[in-house]
Write a new protein. Sequence first.
Length: 284
Amino acid sequence: MTTPGRQGGLGEPGFEVDPEAGAADAQVRGSDTTDRSAHLAAADGALLRADEVVAGYVPGVNILNGCDLYVEDGELVGIIGPNGAGKSTLLKAMFGLVTVGSGSVVLRGETITGLKAHSLVRKGVGFVPQTENVFPSLTIEENLQMGCYQSSGRFAERFEFVAGLFPALADRRKQRAGSLSGGERQMVAMGRALMMEPSVLLLDEPSAGLSPALQDDVFRRVRQINKAGVSVVMVEQNARRCLQICDRGYVLDQGRNAYTARGAELAKDPKVIELYLGTLGKVP
Ligand code: ADP
Ligand code: MG
């Protein structure tokens, strides 16, 4: 049997629960996924929302079976759930990288379902995939230039913003991304996505593959990005820490919403702990 509080626990020194986390209204949905009323009531006016998204990679094989999600201006939203639950697929569906069979994705009231990634970037949606998220043969600076190739006149101004968040990137701007550590690459990847001044950033497992200390660093930086005014939707395998820092969290299971509530509430919900945090909460 797992011992969820053992590792990555809420009382872990050096990783305090932010008292402001979870300040948004709680929207709890139990295992009854047919009840969308809480989502519909709360998602009205959201910055970005996904409604009843059905999506998959192969015609006739749905991975997402009607997912709902919303993020409000300024919110930090986490998505957790078992491997294969469809977390990455949901981010990709919102970023036009997976065909949405039915349902919708709406950004500030405008339907963006099926729009291509480059259009979404222009509209203020940023995406950092889990892997292969930097150009290894390019320098840090060139990677960041790629991030704003659609608006290259803004490079200097945006570089300053990104360097403010990640000073190490500015110091080493001429270094090839391929020679960086995993944690540094993650900074480059996030920095690249921030170059177009996104209003919402979609992050797929930013802490994956990093040491516990570097994971903490990534979580702090995500918080910092969020505090700088960027709304964030973050998928995380490090479920406990994710729930500690996010305003609201979603648990996805088998392509469906299983639970949603304030991050801190999900983290202490006995059912969520039993079903999802036992092993997911472990620091690798
Ligand atoms: P999670 O991120 O929650 O671990 P994913 O969204 O990556 O889950 O995957 C959900 C399901 O979709 C899995 O069954 C996975 O095998 C399948 N899948 C993911 N990517 C692809 C792909 N490119 N082609 C076909 N199936 C895929
Ligand atoms: Mg994934």
